[in-house]
Design a protein around this ligand. Structure first.
Ligand code: ADP
Length: 543
């Protein structure tokens, strides 16, 4: 017998309709590319998103066509999030930090029909315009007064003009919840990037999970500033979850330096933020340099790569900001786990609690996970045995766009490529990405632990540990270090710092000091690049 409840599809537009009706006055504040601060309400967002949906009809975009964006975090980008998906089309957020070759490859692969972009990205768009034949319209996210006098792009359209002519009473279509709503590409560190095509259903379910108290805990009482870009896996779902709960949203635009972020946190009363560790490094350095602290921020979500314990301590002990460590990936929409202590663990000592907080956390409802050995057999949750992490759930990729690479699943589970342990309480800890593990004489050494220790040294700004080729052990850990400005630090001091903190054979064989570690398009360390440069370092033949 079936249940007798209403059949209502889970649609992205329903998040906005809810926010408009129930939190219509709630504010959305954006620092614009132009530099000024823009503010309006969810009610105005909803009207402009409807106009945009109608403008896509006027432009003749196919009913389920892909709409590319190249934009910072801001209100117009949010209008695209809702207007594009709500109308049945697919929002494709391109990462502007990618090289023109990659960007045009991705836009061609997605068959984007129109590209909306911020003025700061005009040069990138001019570089790819000719190479993406599917794009029929280029729309600058600006008002008429900010349109360039001339551009290499013929018939450049103005966003504000476009939506002004469109219908504010556009009605959101009742779509099938399985229909595609947005598209993100994996970083492609191994082979070409692959498209992950989210559905309305997966997006709404993911938003509900994101908002839960033991996940990212979003509510109408919070003021949320996603530093994580809206082109990085949908800003971890925050633009949807904020709408769902009616939270005030604050967008930093292109100004991601410590000073600009701090000023916005303070002036808008931001309570929760989210981003990758490298962003917080800049913010903490700034706040500490001016001898100030945060007056309203009480929680920051750190993910995308492992949060160094030293950063966690700095936030919590020096600024009273609770760090929430979270893990996910493009293929998971992205949230998989969040590290919220269980009540029984609150009674542990500070050091014991830090040890748990350093883990990536517990699975949120909807995500199931397991670790497996080389033979595919499940491994125990003892907190010590490590194996490849597999996940499944309603917002986990089932297959890539255009069936690229065949089915990624193994017996219905998605292999993440991460190596992890899971403790008896269900807390997962990433020890490495499979491709970054250091295989020393058949034994595995996790690079994240070694990096975290180095980064807790007061003179170290950033550290990456890579597998370097070794005549006897195949691979040995090599530490690449960026010193803090003006700091003195020798190789011997770094190596001594490891004493007593790890098994002796885990100690890196050597330390290389560099001015900067290359970062990828989402702010993560590009270890592949370092490997190319330094893999022969221990063989004595420097690249
Ligand atoms: P990419 O890094 O390839 O651009 P994603 O942005 O999807 O792709 O990143 C997913 C990967 O990032 C995960 O598989 C994992 O290796 C890493 N990651 C994400 N969050 C964390 C975290 N909190 N700790 C350690 N690694 C993380």
């Amino acid at each position: 017998m079936n249940g007798l409840m209403m059949q209502q599809p889970l649609l992205v537009s329903s998040l906005l309709t809810h926010a408009e009706r129930h939190h219509g006055d709630q504010q959305i504040v954006s620092r614009r590319v132009e530099g000024d601060i823009h503010r309006y309400s969810y009610r105005e967002l909803a009207e402009r998103a409807r106009r945009l949906a109608s403008a896509l009809d006027l432009l003749g975009i196919s009913e389920d066509g892909c709409v590319g964006t190249l934009a910072w975090n801001g209100y117009r980008h949010l209008e695209l999030y809702y207007g594009v998906s709500g109308s049945g089309r697919v929002l494709h957020t391109l990462n502007p930090r990618l090289h023109a070759d990659q960007m045009s490859w991705i836009a061609n692969h997605a068959e984007d029909e129109v590209l909306f972009f911020d003025a700061s990205f005009l040069p990138q768009v001019e570089a790819i315009a000719e190479r993406v034949k599917s794009i029929r319209h280029f729309v600058l996210l600006a008002d008429r007064s900010a349109m360039p006098a001339s551009s290499k792009i013929p018939k450049l359209l103005c966003y504000e003009d476009l939506i002004e002519q469109a219908n504010p009473d556009f009605e959101w279509p009742l779509l099938d919840e399985q229909r595609a709503s947005s598209l993100c590409y994996t970083s492609g560190t191994t082979g070409n990037p692959k498209g992950v095509l989210y559905s309305h259903r997966s997006t709404v379910l993911h938003s509900m999970a994101v908002a839960l108290p033991d996940a990212l805990s979003c509510s109408a009482a919070e003021v949320i500033l996603p530093v994580v870009p809206m082109f990085h896996v949908n800003a971890w779902g925050l633009p949807y979850a904020a709408c769902m709960v009616g939270a005030k949203l604050v967008f930093p635009g292109p100004a991601l330096d410590g000073k600009s972020l701090y000023e916005l946190f303070e002036s808008e009363g931001v309570t929760v933020s989210a981003g990758v560790p490298t962003v917080w490094q800049g913010l903490l350095t700034y706040v500490e340099a001016i001898g100030r602290s945060f007056s309203t921020m009480h929680r920051t979500i750190i993910g995308g790569s492992a949060c160094p314990p030293a950063m966690m301590r700095a936030f919590q002990e020096n600024h009273g900001v609770q760090v929430l460590h979270a893990w996910g990936m493009t293929e998971l929409s992205p949230l998989g786990t969040a590290c919220v202590l269980k009540p029984s663990q609150q009674r542990l000592t500070t050091e014991q609690r830090y040890a748990i907080q350093g883990k990536q956390g517990r699975a949120v409802f909807g995500i199931d996970m397991k670790i497996v050995g080389a033979d595919g057999a499940e491994l125990p949750w003892d907190g010590k045995t490590s194996g490849e992490l597999l996940v499944r759930g309603p917002w986990v990729v089932g297959e890539y766009l255009h069936g690229e690479g065949g089915s990624p699943l193994v017996d219905g589970w998605f292999p993440t490529g991460d190596v992890a342990t899971i403790c008896p309480e269900g807390f997962m800890q990433i020890t490495d990405r499979a491709k970054d593990v250091i295989k020393s004489g058949g034994e595995w050494i996790g690079s994240i632990d070694l990096e975290n220790i180095a980064m807790s040294h007061p003179a170290v700004a950033m550290a990456a540990c890579i597998a370097a080729r070794h005549a006897k052990w195949d691979e040995r850990p090599l530490l690449i270090v960026v010193k803090k400005p003006g700091a003195e630090l020798s190789r011997e001091e770094v190596l001594q710092f490891y004493e007593g903190k790890i098994a002796k054979w885990w100690t890196p064989d050597d330390v290389v000091f560099v001015d900067a570690i290359p970062l990828g398009a989402t702010g993560k360390m590009l270890k592949q690049r370092l490997r190319e440069q330094f893999q022969n370092h221990l063989l004595g033949e420097r690249a």
